[in-house]
Design a protein around this ligand. Sequence first.
Ligand code: CUA
Length: 338
Amino acid sequence: TLKFLPLFLVALMLSGCGKEGVSALKPEGDVAKEQASLMLVSLLIMVVVVLVVGFLFTYAIIKYRKRPGQEDYIPKQVEGNKKLELTWTIIPIILLCILAVPTITKTFALSDNNASKKSDVLKIKVTGHQFWWQFDYPDQKITTAQDLYIPVGKKVEFDITSKDLIHAFWVPALGGKQDANPGQTTHLWLKADKEGTYKGRCAELCGSSHALMYFNVKAVSNDEFKNWVKDMKAGTKSSPNKPETASAKQGEEIFKNNCMSCHAVGDKGGQIGPNLTNFADRENIGGFEKHTKGEVKKWIKDPESIKPGAKMPKFDKKLSDDQINALADYLFTLSVKQ
Ligand code: CUA
């Protein structure tokens, strides 16, 4: 039964590949397509090498095996063979050259953020934090977190950095990945062909919640993107999201007194935690749990119960259940959707 173990392991690994929007083998944009084709070329070359070596190996052990009744003897010893040695040196060199050309060209093309005219591209600054992502749109002057909005069919250029330690920005279906290093800016551009939500991941081990450092990329139509920017900017000027209920109004006061030193809504508030301007529109609390009021309350009480290592302090002792309830009511008014 043990001999099926490798097969079983491969099946197990492949079963993780089909997950919606997280496969580098199901490219949905130019960059991801190039990268997938590069993977296929490498795979093809590797398969040929494995087949040839496997064949020679099997041939040799069958042909030169000890046959029944054969006496023990030491075969003829061969030392040095110029022809053979040249062959097995030159063939790998050729294979490496074949691989190197597209790999190097594509690596440079991918990190080139200045090739196109400014009007054709959208610039986004990405900052990795333990354990969440900040997205600044310098030309639009808006900031958001966790859910990254981009227009379909447009080249998006990312300037990537980190606030604390090394993270890596990766959207498997669109391409990447690129390290986010503190005190340094790395570059990457991506493009989405189709509207949809693509899953993003941190691809560099960065602490206890590395595996939970998710984000969403929302590729929307050009018009939808323009509207989103407009609404986010309106949120920047003054709060467009008027809390209607008494509870939400109370929550707004609690937010101002307890949360605003770290979290901003629009351009008012601190920059330590994620900007919450469109908090209610987000899909996942903390990046991965379902975005429900219950989960949000659980998060406020004890963030580490959801995301170990999260920097936000617990509020279960500082605020009463009623206050946390009001705060959650307020947070769910923070929407820029009409
Ligand atoms: Cu950030 Cu792993």
